[in-house]
Ligand binder design. Structure first.
Ligand SMILES: [Zn+2]
Length: 64
């Protein structure tokens, strides 16, 4: 036999382990350009800038 767990983890123990796995509320930072609340490490969806740099993405969709 290979290196396997000796016995099945009970539902209770499994669920107790997973009790800590919930994700929290997302943090928001305010855009340095337009002050809107945005997710960190993301291009601002409102003005299209990132870390105060020039506009890096188009805010409006132009492709047909
Ligand atoms: Zn912005």
């Amino acid at each position: 036999m290979g290196p396997l767990p000796k016995r099945k983890i009970s539902k209770g123990r499994r669920n107790r382990r997973r009790a800590h796995h919930a994700i929290g509320i997302p943090r928001l930072v305010s855009c340095t350009q337009c002050n809107a609340k945005t997710l960190p490490h993301r291009v601002c969806p409102f003005c299209g800038t990132y870390m105060g740099r020039m506009q890096v993405v188009d805010v409006e969709e132009e492709e047909a």
